[in-house]
Design a protein. Structure first.
Length: 132
């Protein structure tokens, strides 16, 4: 059982898993589909319906992305979720909803970071927690 740090935005998640066997880093892409935002161009009475359908499709896409990330941290006892966008909050909400293993979850805001900065941040967070 280890600890996980997840830097996440709507494009990708960078996972750092720390356990007794060592450290593992993995990047999971959100895998956006073609076609951009798909915003409705004309204004008709059907716009709201099309927009709602688009929002549901996008939510389903992100839930699949978040579920792939959650699958990658199975067996961890504690997770730090951080990043620059609303994705960290959406992901945390999904993680809490699906949290069947009593995972300790912490969330914090962070700017864009390189992979090395992400690894260093996660190590600092969990190593300082074990010393206290």
């Amino acid at each position: 059982m280890g600890n996980a740090g997840i830097w996440i935005d709507h494009e990708k998640a960078v996972l750092v898993i720390l356990d007794p066997a060592g450290e593992r880093t993995e990047t999971i892409s959100a895998g956006h589909s073609e076609g951009g935002s798909g915003a409705v161009q004309s204004y008709t009475r059907n716009d709201t319906t099309a927009e709602d359908r688009l929002e549901r499709k996008e939510a389903h896409h992100f839930n699949r992305f978040y579920d792939r990330v959650i699958e990658s941290i199975t067996g961890c006892k504690s997770v730090l979720v951080f990043g620059p966008s609303e994705a960290k909050l959406e992901f945390t909400k999904r993680l809490e909803k699906l949290n069947r293993q009593g995972l300790k979850i912490e969330t914090e805001a962070a700017d864009r970071m390189t992979e090395h900065q992400i690894v260093a941040h996660v190590k600092k967070k969990f190593l300082s927690a074990t010393k206290s």
